[in-house]
Structure formats: structure tokens, C-alpha cells
Design a protein around this ligand. Sequence first.
Ligand SMILES: *[C@@H]1O[C@H](CO)[C@@H](O)[C@H](O)[C@H]1NC(C)=O
Ligand SMILES: *[C@@H]1O[C@H](CO)[C@@H](O)[C@H](O)[C@H]1NC(C)=O
Ligand SMILES: *[C@@H]1O[C@H](CO)[C@@H](O)[C@H](O)[C@H]1NC(C)=O
Ligand SMILES: *[C@@H]1O[C@H](CO)[C@@H](O)[C@H](O)[C@H]1NC(C)=O
Ligand SMILES: *[C@@H]1O[C@H](CO)[C@@H](O)[C@H](O)[C@H]1NC(C)=O
Length: 470
Amino acid sequence: MAMAAKLVLIFVFCFAAIIPLLEANSGYDEDGVWKKRKEEAKKSMMESYVPDPLVVTDEFDVQINQDKGNNGTATHDDDDDGDDDVKEENKNVSGSVNTTTNSSRRSLRKKRYTGPCHTTNPIDACWRCRPDWESRRKSLGRCALGFGRRTNGGMAGKIYVVTDNNDDDLLEPKPGTLRYGVIQKEPLWITFAKDMNIKLSQELIMNSNKTIDGRGHKVHIAYGAGITIQFVSNVIIHGIRIHHICAKGGGMIRDSPDHYGLRTQSDGDGITIFGSSNVWIDHVSMSKCGDGLIDAVQGSTAVTISNCLFTRHNDVMLLGASDSFAGDQFMQVTVAFNRFGQGLLQRMPRCRWGFFHVVNNDYTYWKMYAIGGSKHPTIISQGNRFLAPDDIHLKSVTKRDYAPESEWRNWVWRSEGDLFMNGAFFTQSGQQNMKARPSHEYMIQANPGEFAARMTRYAGALECVRGKKC
Ligand SMILES: *[C@@H]1O[C@H](CO)[C@@H](O)[C@H](O)[C@H]1NC(C)=O
Ligand SMILES: *[C@@H]1O[C@H](CO)[C@@H](O)[C@H](O)[C@H]1NC(C)=O
Ligand SMILES: *[C@@H]1O[C@H](CO)[C@@H](O)[C@H](O)[C@H]1NC(C)=O
Ligand SMILES: *[C@@H]1O[C@H](CO)[C@@H](O)[C@H](O)[C@H]1NC(C)=O
Ligand SMILES: *[C@@H]1O[C@H](CO)[C@@H](O)[C@H](O)[C@H]1NC(C)=O
């Protein structure tokens, strides 16, 4: 046994140096198993791709609007708490306006609200104010909206409870650990027995049909490697905190009960979505990772990133990593109800090739720009609030890379109902008279940007207590 371990070590040591050069971007040593996964992933990616995405944005907007009619939702949520600054600044605005308040660097996020449960957006309205959330955890699997709306994670499977926060055996992870749960083939709804800090020794390679559900406990994935969702489909990550993720050297890692393989260096992303589809990331708090907070690359599609709280980080969200990888034209991602908070620099998100619906997010901080891209991505920005920094050179929300204006002026980048503050502005391009909704049958918009602050009030991991509304 000791001998075997030694051999593996030597093997790892020799190849770790060579393989990064060969497989610089893929992170794995392709064998028959990975080849098969890649083919299957591609098939499910193409099945998830929506040829006319504007229909999907229609559907999304309809649901937001229906929600307005409910009690205790965004438009009816008039209680007075924690968000005084925001309200004050938003009180007297309508549509896309330019408010020049200079209160921008005041903290926009005060103490956590502790009053009665209010849902402020339609994803939360699906589950959050039900006191029995704990016994009905899996009903969250029906709550996704946007491009990732078919994602139900491990809803069809059993509940698997993580009882052990160790991650010391990458080849034979012990039952009870997070790693043991995520590599299984069957669908699993993964929960946690207690508050936990999990320091991943190497990247956590997830299998299909899984939910990681941190509700009920404070679960941190921190000070180690990040989460990798590669060539799989149907994954939900909900209610955890991911921070201080660092690059790890790679090595032999088990990725399913009957397979392990050699991984190259992981680059320190919080969550990497690689060639995968139907992924929903909701109510995750993320900060301070070695590379990106969330990267979706290699044709990943049908992804929704919602209700997340992002703070203190440089490259926040990279959607499409390569100008030369045309497979990313199938990438379709919804970025909704997230709060881009203090200490962020850029890429919220940074897009390539595909179709990106950025809706009702609250941007309270950036140091370079908010939304960027190259390779003619389509970006539909609706009902976001953009609060620019005071620096006069940093007022632009948008940034285009690697293309002269003669080229990018044809890219479809639309802003509708966004709220611009402190001089923020969005440079639109593409057909001037184009509306994000081709059909007026469902002529209903995402909520206007004035609502973005309250719609994102509960962004990040929630503190849910059993028997009480979250
Ligand atoms: C909302 O709730 C209030 C009081 O609970 C009720 O009077 C009102 O009719 C409700 N509105 C809707 C749209 O359900
Ligand atoms: C907005 O504020 C200005 C000045 O404070 C006021 O003149 C105007 O009537 C207000 N508009 C609305 C819609 O309240
Ligand atoms: C906003 O306030 C800061 C510091 O209080 C000041 O340096 C800056 O010039 C102000 N900006 C505007 C546009 O008034
Ligand atoms: C995931 O679940 C779906 C539906 O139950 C099933 O068709 C599919 O084969 C599963 N995927 C994997 C990789 O097991
Ligand atoms: C915003 O409004 C102020 C005052 O009305 C004006 O001076 C400024 O030029 C406007 N900025 C933009 C970007 O429209």
C-alpha cells in the first residue's frame, strides 16, 4: 500500500510538470472515460441550447411581473429597514435616469434584516418564506428561472448528509465527506449536518444530477481548492460561502466511483463550469479567490447565476474564456438578482460569443468596468442598478475588447430599464431599433432598475433556521 502510494506520487510528480503544457486549459488528462463524458456533455449542451433566446427572456419577464401581483413581493415590500440609503437615493427616479448623488461610497448594505420574511424576487418567492423549507428542501429544484431553469439538481435522488469536513483522501474519499457525495453517479441532494469549514485539498470534481444545499448551517468552502463542474449536467449549488480559494497542484483525483485520473493544476477559481449544461448557482456568497469567482467556459450553457453576493475580488465572472473557441456561441447564461458589492474590480460578467441576460442585479461597486466582452456576445441588460465610482474615468459600465468600433458597433448590447447613478453610463450597440422582446404579446419588462436594490437585498448565503422562514 505504501509502495503504491509512493508510485502514484512519483507518477504525479513527473507528469504534473509536463501535462500543463499539453492540456493547458482543460485541467485533465483525457482518457476514454473523459472522452465519453465530453461527448455526452456536448449532446446535453446542444439539447439545452435555445435557438431563439429572446423567447426565454420573455418568459423570464412574465414571471417577474406575475410576482408583482403577489403579496410580500418586490413591489409590495414597503417595510422600512436596513436599506435606507438605497431607498433615499432611489426615491425620485423613474426609468433609466442619471442621478448625480455623491453618496456613492457610503455603505449601501447595512445590518442584516431580521424582521418578517419578504421575498423580493420570483426565484425566492418560489420557496423562501415557507417555514417547512427544511422538510421540503428538494422543492427548491423547481425554482430555477432563466436559461438554467430546467436544472433540478439531485431532486430525483436521496438526501446525502455531509458529516465529515475532511478532504484528505482524494482517491478513496470516505463516506460522509462532501467529495464522496459529489462523485456518485446517482442523483443526490447533498446537505450538511452542522456548520462546517471545508478546505478542499484539490478541486472538487462534481458528477451530474447533484445539489449542494447549504441551508440550515454555515458552510464555508475556503482556503483550499474550488469546485469544478466539468462535462456534466444538472447541478445546483445553493446557500454556501466560497472564499479564499487558491491554485492547487493537481494529481490523482477520483471523479466517480469507478474512475479517477490525473488532474493538472487548478487555477484558483471559486466555481469552474467547464463544458457543462443546466447549472444553477443561487444564494452563494463569494469573495477573494485566486482566479475568477465563477468561470463558465468551453460551451457551457443553460446556466443561471442568481441571488449571489460577490465582494472583494478582481475578476468576478468570466463567461467564455477564448476568442478562438467558437463552441462558446452556444453559451446562454442568465445573471439575475445578484449583488455586486464592495471591492470588486471588473468582469461582472465578461462575456464572449454567446447570449447573456443580465437582469435586476445591483452593481454598487467596480474599479474598472462592470460588463465587458469580446467576440460579439449578445448582452441584454435589463433593470439593473449601476452605481459608478467617483473617479470620472470609471463611469462606463461597458468595455469592449479586441475590436475597433467599426466592428463592435454591430454587437448587440442593449440596456433597458437600467438605473444609472453617479454618472454611470452604458454604451449600447447593435441594431438601434431592436427591442429585447420581438413579440409584444408579453410586453412585460423586468422590474425597473429602481427595484434592483431591494430585489437583491437577500443576496448571498441565507441564515435559514429549521422550522422558520428563511
Ligand atoms: C395582500 O394582503 C392584504 C392583507 O393581507 C390583502 O388585503 C390584499 O388583498 C392582498 N393583495 C393581493 C393582491 O393578494
Ligand atoms: C423629484 O424631485 C424634484 C426635486 O427634488 C422635484 O421637483 C420633482 O417633482 C420630483 N419628481 C417626482 C416624480 O417626485
Ligand atoms: C464626491 O465626494 C468625494 C469625497 O467626498 C469627492 O472627492 C468627489 O469630488 C465628489 N464627487 C462629485 C462628483 O462631487
Ligand atoms: C441524470 O438524471 C437524468 C434524469 O434522471 C438521467 O437521464 C441522466 O442519465 C442522469 N445523468 C447521469 C450522468 O447520470
Ligand atoms: C447627469 O446629470 C447631470 C446634471 O443633470 C449632468 O450635468 C451630467 O452631464 C449628466 N451625466 C450624464 C452621463 O448624462
